[in-house]
Design a protein around this ligand. Sequence first.
Ligand code: CTP
Length: 396
Amino acid sequence: MNLADRLKNDPFLKRLSDLLGEREAYVVGGYPRDLFLGKRSPDIDIVVLKDVRKFVEPIRELGPVDFRFSEFMTAKFLFPDGRVLDLARARRERYPCPAVLPEVEPAESIEEDLWRRDFSINAMAISLKRTNFGELIDPTGGLEDLQRGRIRVLKEGSFRDDPTRAYRAIRYSLRFNFSYDSLTEREFDLARKYVRLLSFPRIENELRRGSAEERRAEFFHEAEARGLFPWEHRKPALKELKDLDGLLAERKEEDWILFFALFLPEGPGVLEFVHSLPLGKPEKKALLDFLGLRDEEIEMDPGEFHLKHGKSAEEALLVLAAFRPALRDFILDYLERKKKATPQISARELIEMGFTGRKIGEILKKIEILRLQGKIRTKEEERSFVQSQLDERSGR
Ligand code: CTP
């Protein structure tokens, strides 16, 4: 099958093909899959049969803004429109033990490279070689699976070699509304068994990618249900996950930590667990702030709440709103009020009015609380409040 006609809408590939001339190169993975689904994949994975260095010069003629060699046998190009082109040498993989990164060596043919991949729908290639530009290479039957709406692994043991593929399967099945074939369905049992051998950053990476998906609440729910969360955890209902999704503005990878918060263990070891995770500071703070609120008795007064929990990350409060629906309206209202709670009066004005030192911070804090409680709304009201404090001090 030749796809040259379909590729016309994306002149980038044609130009790339012209520059590559008779060199053997293929666009693989997400791009061909999305082309058949009528979507334009933003990123392009190119596989070549020779040393990638031989391909760098022609690709640079397309005007990337950045270019670097990454892991062995690969290079990455970034284009002004945000497009990313990954260049890799065709390879074969050997997994010395389950769940570790494979040993790789160059493959002899594109077909061999396609057979080592995760699913048939991701194992198609389109030739960029000028003389057969657009030729589809589909040794595993990916197109048929795409048409039937089927996620199918390419060999038994695929999820034992690489349990991250189980998370990927869920992402694709939800994104495209596809089902799993019977072998893939059985592979989930292997994934459940071996997922605990994955390093946490590899799991995090999958959760990040899941968090950018439209049906991310379902992604987290299914990943848990299929045993892919290898730590002691609570099991949030799908509704809770959907509520959280609804509370967050846009879908982005960084949100993964907020969904993760709902899967924290419930027992006393939870703090130790959080501290043991290899996470950045803001992520740990979000989790710890949430834990500080999770089982706390909360007085629904915005001023009181602010005094106790005002330093909590906003994200932690959103997780709390999903976790404790009875607090939802209160929290959303508090967050709205908080936006308008910054005192208008300046420290300078307070000094002019006779306040000094620590007193200035105290008075500003009081104004903030009164604003949160709706007792002060304008700068004028702030001034009268400050005046009343002065009067109190001087005993007037
Ligand atoms: N791949 C694989 N096994 C993995 C990860 C990736 O076989 N564990 C292969 C698949 O062929 C995949 C390609 O590498 O298509 C590129 O991976 P990635 O960029 O993660 O996926 P995309 O197909 O681009 O999917 P998405 O649309 O989710 O970005």
